[in-house]
Design a protein around this ligand. Sequence first.
Ligand SMILES: [Zn+2]
Length: 239
Amino acid sequence: MNRSEFLSTTLGIIALSNISMKPSKNYDPLILIGKGKPQLVGSTFSMLPEVKVALEIMTRDAKNDGIEITVVSAYRSYERQKSIWNSKFIKLEKKGFKNLAIIDQIIKYSTIPGTSRHHWGTDIDIIDGSQTSKGDLLVTKKFHGNGPYNKLRKWMDTNAEKFGFIKPYNRDPERKGFLYEPWHYSYAMKSIPMLNAYLELDAISLIKDSDLLGADLLDSKFINKYLSSHVLGIDAALL
Ligand SMILES: [Zn+2]
C-alpha cells in the first residue's frame, strides 16, 4: 500500500494529514503576514479568542498573588509594524547609521514587517499594572533586580507555561536573533501551527514593498539568514 492509498483508506490518518502535511492550507497567507483580517477579540489590544480565554484565566490566578498582568501590545498589523520600522529607520539614519547597520540595529528588538509574531494574534507584551513606572515600559532591567516588573517576571517564569504561554525570546545565551524580551509571551497552542504555516510561505515575496525603508537591502540572502536566526531564534518549546 503506498502513502496516498493508506491515507485515503484511513479516516483518522486523513484527519492527521490535514494537520501535519500542509499546514499553510489551514491559514490565509495574508493573515500570517499581518495583511489579512483575522477573527480577533478585544478593542485596544486584540488577540485570538482562545488566547484571550487563556490570558483571562492566567490573569485571575496572578491576581491572587498580587500581580496585575496588563497587556500593552497584542495584535499588530503589517501597516503598524511598517510604521514602527520606518520611524526607527529614520531615527537611526539621523544618528549616522547607514544601510545594513541601520537594519542590524532595528532587528535587535523589532521585526521586519510581515515577519512579526504579533501579526498572528497569538503573542502579547505584558507588564504588571499594579506597579508605577516612568518612561519606556518594555526595558529588560525593569523586569529584573529592583525593577517594577521583577515580581511579574518571576511569577511568569514559574507559572506561564501551565496556562500555555511561553516566552519566545528567552534568556538562553545560545539563542540567536532578537534580544531577550521578558515581556513577550506567545500562546503556544495557536502560534506553533501558525509558525509552521508561515515557514511554508515564500518569504522574500513578503518584503516587496516600495514604502518600506531599506527594502532594497533585504535580498533573499539576507531574508534567509534572518529567517533562521530571528524567526526561528525562539524557545525550542515554540518550534
Ligand atoms: Zn512583543
